[in-house]
Design a protein around this ligand. Sequence first.
Ligand SMILES: Nc1nc2c(ncn2[C@@H]2O[C@H](COP(=O)(O)OP(=O)(O)OP(=O)(O)O)[C@@H](O)[C@H]2O)c(=O)[nH]1
Ligand SMILES: [Mg+2]
Length: 391
Amino acid sequence: MSYEDDDYPVDTFPKEYEYTAYDQDGLDVNALPSNSETKPRILLMGLRRSGKSSIQKVVFHKMSPNETLFLESTSKIVKDDINNSSFVQFQIWDFPGQIDFIEPTFDSDMIFGGCGALVFVIDAKDDYNEALTKFKNTVIKAYKVNPNIKFEVFIHKVDGISDDSKMESQRDIHQRTSDDLSEAGLNKIHLSFHLTSIYDHSIFEAFSKVVQKLISQLPTLENLLNIFIPNSGIEKAFLFDVVSKIYIATDSSPVDMQAYELCCDMIDMVIDLSSIYSSEETAFDSGSSSLIKLNNNTILYLREVNKFLALVCILREENFNRQGVIDYNFICFRDAISQVFELRMKSQKLAPLQEHNEQDDHDLEDNLVMAMGRTHLEDDNSMMSRTQKLT
Ligand SMILES: Nc1nc2c(ncn2[C@@H]2O[C@H](COP(=O)(O)OP(=O)(O)OP(=O)(O)O)[C@@H](O)[C@H]2O)c(=O)[nH]1
Ligand SMILES: [Mg+2]
């Protein structure tokens, strides 16, 4: 299914699904203070062979999990620029497991100073005593330099581990790290724990959560989704960064892992198909969408928001009868999202360090409510014709 969408031009997914630094949202990213210093930094730390480089390669470079068996040990800090949609822009620093903070060459002010999140990877299949000691020392040092860092613990390689022992490891690691930190007088630090593996979707889910905390517009994006969903008869929706399959926002209903996996698989399928047909220009054109009917009365509905973002919705089949309403609401939603982008651009240009203007967010939400509210007043037929005009 494909929409001619001249009023709302969006681009097709790019042929090469690699990160590039060009104008991804149809907006001038280069106008941003784009030098790497202003981008939030995510540090990957942990003992040797805990899986740091594998995580980085699988999530951001499409490496298949099996290929990570051949990765060499990292010998110096590897910096990777992630320049995706304007919401997903950061640097990942992959550290060698053996790095030592006591070394005079380790410039902790510089390293922790511009850090948004510190992901500490612990190999759950290994004895983790040494990892916990290293974690404690790392947090103490990092917190002293920059108390705003988000500390994220990945209890990693949990593939092939039973659910019971997963929970037990998490409980044990949680308990011991909290004890260690309160002993050091740092009981106020908030730690987040994630059970992860590169062999399933858990690593993408965990990284989504890490990245979301670095997006200052997250509450606005969530509110927009919270408005869009009930108005459209949708149960759950994820706003995806297509290249990495990280979801940058979802509505506030709880995330079911299986639902997230289904949506990831759908993104993979759409990318595969559009690569096959990308030589034919019309095959996957502006405003493309994709629809999957599952055998349990459920529909997955994907719509492209812009070149790098897609909205994947899960809904009951009978609610898709009102596709006109859904499509109309989607266009309102997409409009609101592009306004969020624009506001972000503007505020970054004017004052990179200033928080965004909350009043603007409220205005955006109000506008969306008003636009969608109209859909209740019209019957489906007139909606359909109106949407056809719009799309
Ligand atoms: N079973 C399993 N193995 C993993 C997982 N993630 C990584 N590995 C394996 O762990 C080994 C070490 O991975 P690396 O990514 O090189 O570890 P690292 O933390 O970067 O190591 P250094 O660079 O030496 O600090 C590789 O053989 C990976 O295949 C996982 O989720 N599950
Ligand atoms: Mg490495």
